[in-house]
Design a protein around this ligand. Structure first.
Ligand code: BDR
Ligand code: CA
Length: 312
């Protein structure tokens, strides 16, 4: 199984991504590192614990990380995810405790301990924890297998500002550091994830599988209202599950190796992923940038895996 750490700011779509990883024998989840993003850190941490308990893994190490971006104030997204970050269903308050030690230390120690190039970071929130780890311990960068991240956009452009996607917008300095690090990167941007929309039939089928499926259906039904109102979308975009799904079934996705840089200065474009899709700069590729997803295949994978959690 591929060893992974998920760096996350749950978030309903983060929650589904974590459950997908827990349900997938191809992946060995070493722990969760939590970051501030969709809601402040104290809530994202609680939400991460809630999701582990729901997924039957109260033993999983869950580490609290950075509570604000490298520079400036935290931007959150309660208007999408609700006040708790995980609105849609009332779940019991978690009884498991966060693991001792800061998320950044957990990332550094794990990468130094595990065999070189055996651990993948799945980044589905702002990149603050990962950038901080890279800055503090650059020796871990060549030890990484790769980073698979949800963030950015090329043709779909911004969902927070006209130019910037949320995870990059919240911490552009961190994203710039990660994209400039030399690590192998796979990017699941809005171009792909805005096509990974739930359907009514899928949601209703999930609702029938048991407590985990019911939570997934309730979460996606809650946060799809935002994308319906904003973009006339037919359902909820499962952004973050795409990053986990890429590791399990990369054939569901296609993209191109390109150069991606992060705009940190622009008055109108701070947080933009500047994607050299047409290779006009001559700068070497630093990322596999995904643009297409087999939507039906993705939702089949999600249904079987989430349902398997309800059978255990
Ligand atoms: C990203 O921002 C968050 O709101 C979601 O959890 C996802 O990681 C989409 O732009
Ligand atoms: Ca997220």
């Amino acid at each position: 199984a591929q060893k992974i750490i998920i760096d996350t700011d749950p978030g309903q779509d983060d929650a589904v991504a974590i459950l997908l990883a827990l349900a997938s024998p191809e992946l060995e989840l070493l722990g969760l590192t939590v970051v501030a993003g969709n809601v402040p850190l104290e809530r994202t941490l609680q939400n991460a614990l809630t999701v582990c308990e729901l997924g039957g893994r109260p033993d999983l190490p869950v580490h609290a990380g950075c509570d604000r971006p490298l520079k400036g104030a935290l931007v959150t997204a309660e208007h999408v995810h609700g006040a708790s970050g995980l609105d849609g269903i009332e779940l019991p308050a978690p009884t498991m405790q966060p693991a001792p030690g800061h998320a950044v230390d957990f990332i550094i120690e794990t990468l130094r301990r595990e065999p070189a190039r055996s651990v993948t970071l799945v980044a589905i929130g702002p990149l603050t924890n990962i950038a901080t780890a890279f800055e503090r311990a650059p020796d871990i960068i060549p030890r990484l297998r790769r980073i698979v991240l949800m963030g950015g956009a090329w043709s779909d452009l911004g969902n927070v500002t006209p130019a910037a996607e949320f995870n990059i917008h919240v911490d552009p300095e961190a994203a710039a550091l990660v994209f400039g690090s030399g690590a192998e990167i796979v990017v699941l941007p809005l171009d792909a994830t805005h096509r990974a929309l739930t359907s009514r039939d899928w949601t209703e089928a999930m609702r029938q599988t048991g407590p985990v499926g019911r939570a997934v259906a309730s979460w996606t039904s809650f946060y799809e209202r935002f994308d319906r109102a904003k973009y006339g979308a037919g359902g909820a975009p499962l952004h973050d599950p795409c990053a986990v799904a890429w590791l399990i079934a990369p054939d569901l996705f296609s993209g191109r190796r390109v150069n991606v840089e992060i705009e940190t200065e622009g008055r109108l474009t701070r947080g933009m992923t500047v994607v050299d899709w047409w290779e006009v700069t001559g700068r070497p590729p630093n990322a596999l940038f995904i643009r297409e997803v087999d939507r039906d295949g993705l939702f089949r994978l999600l249904s079987t895996r989430i349902a398997s959690l309800d059978r255990n």
